[in-house]
Design a protein around this ligand. Structure first.
Ligand SMILES: Nc1ncnc2c1ncn2[C@@H]1O[C@H](COP(=O)(O)OP(=O)(O)OP(=O)(O)O)[C@@H](O)[C@H]1O
Ligand SMILES: [Mg+2]
Length: 263
């Protein structure tokens, strides 16, 4: 059974005459444990697809089935807990005046979970942060550490799905691979399902099993990691994206090697 099944998804912003349909007719499935990538130029609708999946954008039509259950624009608490988002900029998504401990406590309170100190301690350990970081504030952390906190917050409710919107593109190159490897480890350990938005073909090739190439609100191609690595893609736009990342995704790069960058 697919963990995510999307059929004929259409998403709009605004209403009536001002309504603008930015995602037009998108269908895809993601199996449990799979990582499905979304690539495409700025403004093509990648974040909008994630927003509709997450229940953040309610102005959509079509069918979304998560873990066998139809997801309506308004979600139940349990449906919301099943999938969590991680954004590009952890500075924007973590409350600047809350300690890390409080940031991790909040979802536990909202969802009424017990053993809160234990869960927080375990989560910090899982993302590779020292236990005493719960007393720190976001400005006392590096970009990579902040993104670890964002991942911890996303995972503390034990979701099955992570929706990752450019999770490493705000980070220094040296830190990007660390965060990608952390995500990969957590995914494999917890059998998580990922939908990953990235403009970086090396990131896509590192983490994704399949990838949808998006242009102007539609999927022009859904291809595999293998095809990306071998350069055997069908659509001219996908070729352009691959050409733009020459040297990052090469036919010689082994599928499971770490993200390689020249220089
Ligand atoms: N809140 C909003 N209100 C109106 N239009 C919006 C809103 N958010 C996004 N859009 C428009 O919808 C389209 C798709 O935006 P979206 O953010 O999904 O693109 P994206 O592929 O994620 O781009 P990027 O790579 O720059 O993040 C764009 O034309 C954008 O201007
Ligand atoms: Mg976006």
């Amino acid at each position: 059974m697919a963990m995510i099944k999307v059929d004929n998804l259409a998403v709009s912003y605004g209403h009536g005459h001002d309504a603008l349909r930015v995602v037009k007719d998108v269908s895809f499935e993601v199996a449990k444990g799979e990582t499905f990538g979304l690539v495409g130029e700025s403004g093509c609708g990648k974040s909008t697809v994630l927003g509709a999946l997450a229940g953040r954008n309610k102005n959509w039509g079509g069918s979304v089935v998560i873990n066998g259950e139809a997801a309506l624009p308004k979600r139940t608490k349990a449906q919301l807990a099943l999938q969590q988002m991680v954004f590009q900029d952890p500075f924007g998504s973590i409350h600047p005046r809350h300690t890390i401990g409080r940031t991790l406590l909040e979802p536990l309170e909202i969802h009424g979970l017990d053993q809160r100190p234990e869960r927080i301690a375990q989560m910090l350990q899982d993302v590779g942060l020292p236990h005493n970081f719960r007393y720190r504030f976001p400005h006392q952390l590096s970009g990579g550490q902040r993104q670890r906190v964002a991942i911890a917050r996303a995972l503390i409710l034990k979701p099955q799905i992570l929706l990752l919107d450019e999770p490493t593109s705000a980070l220094d190159v040296s830190v990007q691979a660390e965060i990608l490897n952390l995500l990969k480890d957590l995914r494999d350990r917890e059998d998580l399902t990922f939908v990953l938005v990235s403009h970086d073909m090396a990131v896509i090739a590192h983490l994704c099993d399949r990838v949808a190439v998006m242009q102007d609100g539609v999927f022009v191609e859904v291809t595999t990691k293998q095809n990306l690595l071998q350069g055997t893609v069908a659509h001219p736009y996908t070729k352009t994206l691959l050409d733009g990342s020459k040297g990052y995704v090469s036919p010689r790069q082994r599928p499971d090697s770490a993200v390689q960058r020249p220089g």
